[in-house]
Design a protein around this ligand. Structure first.
Ligand code: HEM
Length: 506
């Protein structure tokens, strides 16, 4: 039973209701390929299945398998509203990159849900306001590039001092969560939270404590706002009925932390207008461009949100894989020796690492930090596939319908990546050019602005970790499982045992 003409999933009245008075553009297209709902009014059956999949940490696999069974694109109901889910790269690219179509789609509900934390910023806006934020952030990030490697090195040194190096088991994910916050605040605020140094050894130093409070509040606010958390059902109901005071307090802590740093940095830049640090924070420049401190706070927060967890997830996946694959570590070590001859890596050196780049591409293929995403139709519009009985005809998308898509599933399509899609095989990148099907950093006008920074951090940190440690032993006992939030991370972290290399000690 795979299309709306089937008899046993819903009555024609509902279909008629949803297709009431379609615009003339839509009338020319065939009916969508509907999910065979048992509840054709609200679609609670599919919501239950999706909720169970999230609960069992199988959402990505469940949706990939479900949608491919229905030909790559399916239309379903979510609380009575029409929604679409696709893993068809042709549809996703039409929606995100097609000049005539991408403006038909906006970022949808996240404009409201993220607003308490992120205000009006690049993630919570569309159209002219989004364009404005993008034009502010882009030049800032290219300036940040010049400081990247030095900042990475500072925080990698802290990592080396913090992690136990006696072979005992440690979760690198915890360390990377702290390190990427320290790096992001260092680069974007000009001053670091420095939470990594006290991660395994709590201190009473007030500056550390404030950084830790900020880290905890930012983390809680993101998890609570994403709607996926470790709350039990009773906790969730409580929050729905009585609100979430902890969320309000967390947002307050986050905002006042950033406000104070902006004030401090502005004070510093007034005192020392020739400061060598001035390229690393953009506050003075932004104020000169007529932006308010409130605007600046939200630009910074949007950047922190974009950069911190996605990078932590990326680095964790790198080491989840590498700790289990000494053969890959050996090849990367060989590349390090050939390119660096024992010298430290510079920004220019990083572009010479072709094998390491393929390893990182393969990590992002199998473990994309932004594994699922969504857009909402702003007007009645059309996608190339998903209509008609076979799903091959154009699909009408009414205004207000959400279109979810799974990058996780697209990255596992054999027709783009080969028959061995589940295998971690960096060499596949010598032969394939998957274009539309590979998009860990998004595509089109809203492509990630931090791609360069993320790839540089992943390359630099992998090189430095391999130089510093003689052995990174696998201690993971569980298979990889998703942990969904605004980003996707590893539920069981990346457990390793580390042994310092005496000869390569840097
Ligand atoms: C591995 C790390 C990262 C991944 C996988 C990643 C992925 C993405 C994706 C998929 C989007 C599109 C989101 C959407 O519109 O729905 C995005 C947007 C964005 N990313 Fe990243 N990102 C990463 C790191 C970073 C970093 C480090 C920064 C900051 C320096 C950053 C800055 C941004 C910004 C500003 C946007 C918004 C672009 C826009 O809407 O115009 N990202 N990123």
């Amino acid at each position: 039973m795979e299309n709306s003409s089937s008899t046993d999933f819903w009555g024609p009245s509902v279909v008629t209701w949803f297709n009431t008075a379609p615009s003339s553009a839509l009338r020319t297209h065939e009916s969508p390929r509907w999910y065979p709902h048992k509840d054709p009014i609200l679609g609670l059956d599919v919501l239950y299945d999706l909720a169970m999949a999230v609960f069992n940490h199988r959402f990505l696999e469940f949706t990939a398998e479900l949608i491919s069974r229905y030909g790559g694109t399916i239309t379903y109901l979510t609380l009575g509203r029409q929604a679409i889910y696709t893993i068809d790269p042709v549809n996703v690219h039409a929606m995100l990159t097609d000049r005539t179509r991408y403006q038909d789609f906006g970022v949808g509900s996240r404009k409201q849900s993220l607003k308490p934390l992120l205000g009006s910023g690049i993630f919570t806006s569309d159209g002219a306001i989004w364009k404005h934020h993008r034009s502010m952030i882009r030049p800032f990030l290219s300036r940040v590039q010049t400081a990247e490697v030095d900042v990475f090195e500072i925080h990698l040194q802290t990592l080396f001092q913090t992690l136990p190096a006696d072979g005992s088991t440690v979760d690198l994910q915890r360390a990377f969560n702290a390190m990427t916050l320290d790096i992001s605040t260092h680069l974007f605020l000009g001053t670091s939270t420095n939470v990594l140094s006290s991660l395994f050894h709590p201190t009473s130093d007030p500056s550390h404590t404030r950084g830790q409070q900020f880290a905890a509040a930012f983390d809680y606010a993101q998890r609570a706002i994403s709607g996926i958390d470790d709350f039990g059902l009773s906790g969730l109901l409580w929050k729905l009925v009585f609100g979430d005071k902890k969320l309000d307090q967390s947002v307050e802590t986050v905002h006042s932390f950033i406000d104070d740093i902006i004030e401090q940095q502005l004070g510093l830049s007034k005192l020392n207008s020739n400061s060598s640090n001035k390229g690393q924070n953009f506050f003075s420049d932004l104020l000169k461009q007529g932006r308010s401190k409130e605007d600046i706070k939200y630009d910074v927060l949007n950047l922190l949100l974009a950069g911190k967890d996605s990078n932590a997830s990326f680095l964790t996946s790198v080491w989840y894989v590498l700790s289990q694959r000494p053969d890959l570590c050996a090849k990367i070590r060989e590349e390090i020796n050939t390119i660096l001859h024992g010298n430290p890596a510079t920004l220019e050196d990083l572009s010479k690492f072709t094998y390491l780049t393929m390893v990182l591409q393969e990590v992002l293929r199998l473990y994309p930090p932004v594994a699922v995403n969504q857009r909402t139709a702003e007007v009645d519009t059309v996608l190339p596939h998903g209509g008609g009985a076979d799903g091959e005809s154009p699909l009408r998308v009414p205004r207000g319908a959400s279109v979810g898509y799974s990058v996780y599933a697209m990255h596992r399509l054999p027709e783009y990546f080969g028959d061995d899609v589940d295998e971690f095989r960096p060499e596949r990148w010598l032969d394939i050019k998957p274009k539309a099907a590979y998009m860990p950093f998004h595509a089109g006008p809203r492509t990630c602005l931090g791609q360069h920074l993320s790839m540089c951090l992943a390359k630099y940190s992998t090189i430095r970790i391999l130089q510093h440690y003689a052995r990174v032993e696998n201690r993971n006992v569980e298979p990889w499982q998703e942990k969904l939030g605004l980003n996707c991370s590893s539920r069981h972290g990346a457990l390793v045992g580390l042994t310092v290399s005496s000869s390569l000690e840097a």
